[in-house]
Design a binder for this molecule. Structure first.
Ligand code: PGA
Length: 253
């Protein structure tokens, strides 16, 4: 059984005051949920502050990005060791906004995955196709390539320390969620590909999250799918009520 993860991606939102309030609201609603891993990814500036709010709870801290070098003249970048130092256990890698707006490519995602693993951070690797790619029928080609390239030089024994988020770009921030069946299809394909690249047992340990307009009113049906092990939540993670409801998704057996 894979333990579910619900991760909040706050993106470029939340001043220190706002982030404190949001984290307090989430702690209040979620601190006793012991059957789900809850992960918060505030902007870098708020990591330390949010860390204080969640420090005696099971809620984990996540960075939205990292740089693969250890240290040096890399203005504006933050290393895996720095993130570990501030209390992160996770780091998002290769989010589609990083790929589309900041020129990130599969090769950089790969370096980030490897750097995260070296420093005992769990990478949440994001993959997903654009609207045009889905229309052209190349969803699986794109997602297969993203997974394969980003996991180059990763060992099968490290797979249980990797989370993959399938985030179709046409569903991010658009209110157009993939249907549970559409998402499940791609998740199954990712798991099948992991089995081919590594082995079946290792592939079974990887937690696959769905992201893209996850909301209180669609999370239950998404989470009911066999290969959807959690959610990466953007917009709906910015209010305690909606995020807490998502973490409290209906447990169906
Ligand atoms: P959204 O964002 O929930 O606002 O669609 C998800 C994401 O980008 O991770």
């Amino acid at each position: 059984m894979r333990r579910p993860i619900i991760a909040a991606n706050w993106k470029m939102h939340m001043t220190l005051g706002e982030g404190t309030e949001l984290a307090q609201g989430i702690v209040k609603g979620c601190r006793d949920m012991d059957d789900v891993d809850i992960v918060l990814a505030p902007p870098f500036t708020a990591l330390s502050t949010v860390r204080k709010e969640i420090h005696d709870t099971p809620i984990a801290l996540c960075a939205q990005n990292l740089y693969w070098e250890e240290k040096g003249a890399f203005t504006g970048e933050v290393s895996a060791a720095m993130l570990k130092d501030v209390g992160c256990d996770y780091a998002i890698v290769g989010h589609s906004e990083r790929r589309q707006l900041f020129g990130e490519i599969d090769r950089s995602a790969n370096k980030k995955v490897l750097a995260a693993l070296t420093h005992d951070l769990i990478p949440i690797l994001c993959v997903g196709e654009t609207d045009a790619e889905r229309d052209r029928g190349v969803t699986y080609v794109v997602v297969d390539r993203q997974v394969k390239e980003a996991l180059k030089d990763v060992a099968a024994t490290q797979l249980d320390r990797i989370v993959i988020a399938y985030e179709p770009i046409w569903a991010i921030g658009t209110g157009r969620t993939a249907t549970p069946a559409q998402a499940e299809e791609v998740h199954q394909s990712i798991r099948g590909q992991l089995a081919k690249l590594f082995d079946t047992d290792a592939a079974e340990t990887v937690r696959l999250l769905y992201g893209g307009s996850v909301k209180p009113d669609n999370v239950d049906d998404l989470m009911a799918e066999a290969d959807i092990d959690g959610a990466l939540v953007g917009g709906a993670s910015l209010k305690p009520d909606s995020f807490n409801r998502i973490c409290g998704f209906e447990r169906r057996t």
